[in-house]
Design a protein around this ligand. Structure first.
Ligand code: AMP
Ligand code: ZN
Length: 489
């Protein structure tokens, strides 16, 4: 597999250090609020990456932290603690907030078919590990105490800005206009490894340490949690593009100074999801969450498809119209898959399937080209050399990576069709024009069954959307008491 490596700024063949084993680390969420769908874009693409590696036969161990302490409202060392801010906002304790939003995060991930990593470690579990790493960094001369805090001394490194060649002055480290500069820092880029009570008197979570009662800086958690579960060498580290600086830059500074050797070779960064008016934020305007998508009648997997349709290294703009287009694509695929017959009794033709699998894998191998991988679904549906059993086999096979649940959802559409047909005109009958093209009729009927299901579930938004979608394709609907008639204009 070829992957773009942010560290070397080129596509490289991915070769894990130890044979078939891949150690993979993902920066987890800061659990002070719901994840927005931008955050979840990163987790969707990282999930696809993990699954693509597994698809290719790698044995992946994936670890993710949960940031429940230490992340301040700026990504550097200024501002309020995000967890404390969340707790105040909701009149709860920091631990209650952490539990609530961790659960909410995994509930969202479940709806988006994002697999839970093999190890999930809350930052507050690992205080002894931070103390050990910070002590060693002090011993080795990479850190210094000042004003009650312990700082990492970036001047001790040959190269600190590993991801970019920006001049130091271009970077907003500790020098944002609205924030007072931290005079304890010897160098502008230095960052805090351990805060003591001298910084925030009302910090809720504090621990004893050799340097006084306090709490860890944000970056140290990932260096330590990764080492704890994946050892001294990491193959692949992921996060959103904003994590590149300062977070990942600081993780590398700490880990490599502590370990004395290169730590992680491949760095995978997902570019941002933005709205038309700019950056996605949890405090600005309508806060886009998975629950909001559901309230508006979208299946969360439509959002997953929307993300997969673009490359992870391109910015993606979210609009409701764009999501509608993804919903139309999803439904169209669903209706075509529902038209396949799963009961032919034939066994899949694995020989014929191979060429399709190879093409699918080639797309993934090309720096995780998910939109190209999705075209493999269309290739299968169009495949003249494939019978229905082989088509369904391939679609399930691809879903090990794409996780769009199309085959299962199509089975439900088929079952709904059978129920409707069995109950005859008493319940729901679809009347197609006598001269309708059979392929079109199959698609329209499947969409109408989806609409029928949506209406039964009182999902009016989805039912309206399907009506609009059909209308855009020249299909007019006339609902009757026991069913629907459609005509083609
Ligand atoms: P946080 O909960 O703020 O620590 O962020 C969780 C993850 O979401 C991190 O990997 C961020 O880099 C990523 N992220 C933040 N904003 C966006 C966005 N608009 N689009 C994609 N990923 C994002
Ligand atoms: Zn991290």
């Amino acid at each position: 597999m070829k992957l773009y490596n942010s560290l070397t700024r080129r596509k490289e063949i991915f070769i894990p250090r130890f044979g078939n084993q891949v150690s993979m680390y993902t920066c987890g969420p800061t659990v002070y609020h719901f994840a927005h769908i931008g955050n979840l874009r990163s987790y969707i693409m990282e999930d696809v990456l993990e699954k693509a590696l597994r698809y290719e036969g790698y044995d992946v161990k994936r670890v993710m932290n949960i940031t429940d302490v230490g992340h301040l409202s700026s990504d550097a060392d200024e501002g309020e603690d995000k967890m404390l801010k969340g707790a105040r906002r909701e009149h709860k304790t920091v631990l209650e907030i952490a539990k609530y939003y961790t659960d909410a995060f995994f509930a969202d991930c479940g709806k988006l078919n994002i697999k839970t990593p093999d190890v999930v470690e809350p930052a507050t579990n690992c205080i002894d590990d931070y103390i050990e790493m910070v002590s060693t960094l002090l011993e080795k001369g990479y850190a210094y105490p000042a004003g009650g805090n312990i700082y990492f001394d970036t001047s001790k490194l040959d190269k600190y800005y590993v991801f970019n060649d920006f001049a130091e002055d271009d970077l907003a480290v500790g020098v944002r206009d609205d924030v007072e500069e931290d005079n304890n820092k010897r160098n502008k880029a230095d960052f805090v490894l351990w805060f003591t009570k001298s910084k925030f008197e009302d910090q809720a979570l504090k621990w004893d340490s050799p340097w006084g009662v306090g709490y860890p800086g944000w970056h140290i958690e990932c260096s330590c949690i990764s080492k704890k579960h994946l050892g001294e060498y990491l193959d692949l580290h992921c996060g959103g593009i904003d994590n590149m600086f300062p977070h990942h830059t600081n993780e590398i500074a700490q880990s490599e100074s502590y370990l004395g050797h290169e730590w992680c070779h491949y760095w995978f960064h997902v570019h941002h999801l933005n709205t038309n008016d700019g950056k996605m934020s949890k405090s600005k305007g309508e806060f886009l969450t998975v629950s909001l998508l559901e309230e508006k009648g979208y299946d969360p997997l439509v959002y997953r498809l929307f993300c997969l349709q673009s490359h992870y290294r391109k910015g993606l703009v979210f609009t409701w119209e764009n999501l509608d287009n993804a919903a139309a694509t999803y439904n169209k695929l669903l209706s075509r898959i529902a038209g396949l017959n799963p009961d032919t009794g034939a066994t899949p033709n694995l020989e014929a399937a191979k060429a399709y699998q190879a093409k699918f894998q080639k797309a993934l191998d090309n720096d995780l080209n998910t939109s190209m991988a999705i075209t493999s679904i269309y290739d299968v549906l169009k495949g003249k050399d494939l019978d229905d059993a082989t088509k369904l086999f391939l679609l399930e096979d691809f879903d090990r990576v794409l996780s769009l649940n199309l085959v299962q959802a199509a089975a439900k559409v088929r079952a709904a069709g059978k129920t409707a047909a069995a109950s005859g005109s008493d319940e729901y009958a679809i009347h197609a024009p006598a001269d309708a093209d059979p392929v079109l009729a199959e698609e329209v009927n499947a969409l109408l069954l989806l609409r029928y299901e949506a209406r039964k579930n009182k999902n009016w938004a989805e039912s309206d959307r399907i009506r609009d979608e059909l209308k855009a394709r020249g299909i007019e609907l006339k609902d009757s008491k026991n069913g629907v008639n459609w005509t083609k204009t």
